[in-house]
Design a protein around this ligand. Sequence first.
Ligand code: PMP
Length: 432
Amino acid sequence: MAVHERSRQLQQRAEKLFPGGVNSPVRGFRSVGGEPPFVARAEGAYLYDADGNRYIDYFGSWGPMILGHAFPPVVEAIERAARNSASFGASTGAEGDLGELVQACYPGIEKMRFVSSGTEATMSAIRVARAATGRKRIIKFEGCYHGHSDGLLVKAGSGVATLGIPGSAGVPEEVASLTLALPFNDLDAVVEAFEQYPGEIAAVILEPVVGNAGCIPPGEGYLDGLRKLTSRHGALFIVDEVMTGFRLALGGVIELYGIDADLVTLGKIIGGGLPCGLFGGKREFMDLLAPLGPVYQAGTLSGNPLAMAAGIATVGYLREHAVEVYPKLEETSKAVAEGVAAEAANAGIAIMTNRVGAMWTWFFGDSAVTNYSEAARSDTAAFAAFHRSMLESGVWLPPSQFEAAFLGTAHGQVEIEATIAAARAAFAAVTA
Ligand code: PMP
């Protein structure tokens, strides 16, 4: 058994300082049990904990570390930028450099604004949509997570789903009631909502491939159907690519499925591991922002030079090497996702694998998962046992059934084989 003494001590101190011992809920391992290792450092595909144990990383800081940890060009870019001071609170050329790179990957983003998190990106996009339409209501989908702003915490995914909190305490009823949470992959539900609230819906926001209820791909024609419905009813179509952007393709789901969005939100990879987000899209909407227009939105650290440097190094590398990177991510992810699923099948354990590129979930159950209520039927106790066994074997999966696993370009054959071997042992332990 691996030693976890130092992590245990750090956890005890953390519990005195931080609610639940953490600064973001899912890190607490509440739904899978066991003790969360404290990370000391990471390199490539591996995390090293405070006791020196090594893990293959399948959450990649929840998405950003697509090029692997401490990727030299990113480290060098941050070091170089830091020598010129960490922040100015004034405009820099780096913002335009990253902005042009983003535009090259997302040609539909005519104008954009940098923020410091995905939460800010979606919150601000919603504000723009309400200003543009003069309407109050928004439609989101059950199990989709768009950060922790008040109006978006209704029937959300990620830690909200993991901890079983359908609507957060502290969000006023008046605010929550403006958010309609509908089942994902159900166009009829959206048609009905537009009929029920004519002229009242400002926007439809979604994760175009859901990651925060576990991985759930959109059904045939679903995204296109939403685009048509929003256009017909004068609502904005907001595609939240905080998780999928630069991961499922260089131009995210917008490119992969060829969709047209009014506003797009980005985060995670765009900051190369530093705090960064972005919202952008059609000029007519983005020009409503102050100082041009009446929608206020701002940030002391928006466009922060270290975040810009890490983002330029990351997105720049992805763009330059896209023809190698994305096929490799697909190949490695397929090998891991299908290899583990085959081990489950051999052991007679029912698992449904949902995967789009380097993003997937093994749902513990035997029926298809196309929306949140189907995901919620998964055997979370079986997932928890699997998670604990994998961790003990040196494979760190996202610690919830309702989160997608990720990998990056640093994962290769060695990691594929080690992961499948760990899964074989985990499933054998369950059936023994
Ligand atoms: N949108 C999506 C799709 C996300 O996955 C997340 C974070 N997991 C967010 C928004 C919120 O981003 P952040 O945690 O940076 O606030």
